[in-house]
Design a protein around this ligand. Structure first.
Ligand SMILES: NC(=O)c1ccc[n+]([C@@H]2O[C@H](COP(=O)([O-])OP(=O)(O)OC[C@H]3O[C@@H](n4cnc5c(N)ncnc54)[C@H](O)[C@@H]3O)[C@@H](O)[C@H]2O)c1
Length: 269
């Protein structure tokens, strides 16, 4: 018996990295999972992600545990998001959990300082993070309202909690801050329907992308990133998946509108 037996979950951006870990965690608890991503084989872009795979895709990995469907779609495309939710409903007839994980940053900090954000990066990053989250919630909320139950987890970042010291990556930080504040409104809106909405704010988590880009020893690293982390290590995907488990099971039934930083006690200043 799993805590999520009979439940249906949607995880966006689940082709690799954190989204894959959330999808696998929910399946391990018994849920059927809609694995959605702009590219269901996005793991091929990073060596560490490809190495972590135990099957050809997250969908195949989950089919060995519970049941999964894979849906390739861009969260920036509202119609595609609605079609994805319809497909899940046609297959399973309910949606209990939504994890709005798809997103991330694009561009370089030096091109995205608060007063000189390159406009195309501003649009891209705001759309893939903030708009994508809102589109997914808009599509799923009517289903959860009719069920009178549901758990929504949105994904911010420590960059959404406070600025970088040089004002770089402002487009990403502002989009992630928007997600967090939107989630507080969402909790108020959906609480009367028995639906909770909470946000997580990861620190530096060692996904394949992070390992390849900002980790010590890699091209863009300029300092030991663990120095300012209280527990003196970077995070891993399971650190985040454990918190997603809490926020998607009955352990968090009386928790809503909250943000949990998963950063090992990081000091950003
Ligand atoms: N890794 C970290 O240190 C960290 C820290 C804070 C927040 N986050 C957030 O956690 C989430 C996942 O991070 P990650 O490190 O696993 O990233 P990642 O880049 O490894 O994975 C993101 C996944 O989302 C998919 N995706 C990207 N744009 C999409 C779109 N428009 N529509 C659908 N799918 C899309 C990608 O194909 C990929 O599979 C992101 O929202 C990111 O901002 C990560």
């Amino acid at each position: 018996m799993g805590k999520l037996d009979g439940k249906v979950a949607i995880v966006t951006g689940a082709g690799r990295g954190l989204g894959r870990a959330y999808a696998l965690r929910l399946a391990g608890l018994g849920a059927k999972v809609a694995v959605t991503d702009i590219n269901l084989k996005s793991y091929t872009e990073f060596e560490a992600e490809a190495k972590a795979m135990t099957a050809d895709s997250t969908v195949d990995e989950i089919n060995a545990i519970t049941e999964a469907i894979g849906i390739e779609m861009d969260v920036r495309d509202e119609k595609a998001v609605q079609a994805m939710v319809k497909q899940v409903m046609d297959k399973w007839g309910r949606i209990d959990i939504l994890v709005c994980n798809a997103g991330g940053g694009r561009g370089r900090p030096m091109d995205t300082k608060a007063s000189t954000i390159e406009t195309s990066l501003l649009h891209l990053v705001t759309e893939m993070n903030y708009y994508g989250t809102v589109y997914c919630v808009n599509a799923v909320a009517p289903v959860m309202k009719a069920q009178h139950s549901g758990k929504i987890v949105t994904v911010s970042s420590v960059a959404g909690l406070g600025p970088s010291t040089d004002g770089g990556y402002a487009h990403y930080g502002a989009a992630k801050a928007a997600i967090l504040h939107y989630t507080r409104y969402l909790a108020q809106d959906l609480g009367p329907y028995g639906i909770t909405a909470n946000c997580i704010a990861p620190g530096t988590i060692t996904t394949g992308r992070i390992v390849a880009s900002v980790m010590p020893g890699s091209a863009d690293a300029n300092s030991d990133r663990t120095e300012k982390v209280a527990v003196r290590r970077l995070g891993n995907v399971e650190d985040c998946a454990k918190v997603v488990e809490f926020l998607t099971t009955d352990l968090s039934d009386y928790v809503t509108g909250q943000c949990i930083a998963i950063d090992g006690g990081l000091l950003r200043s």
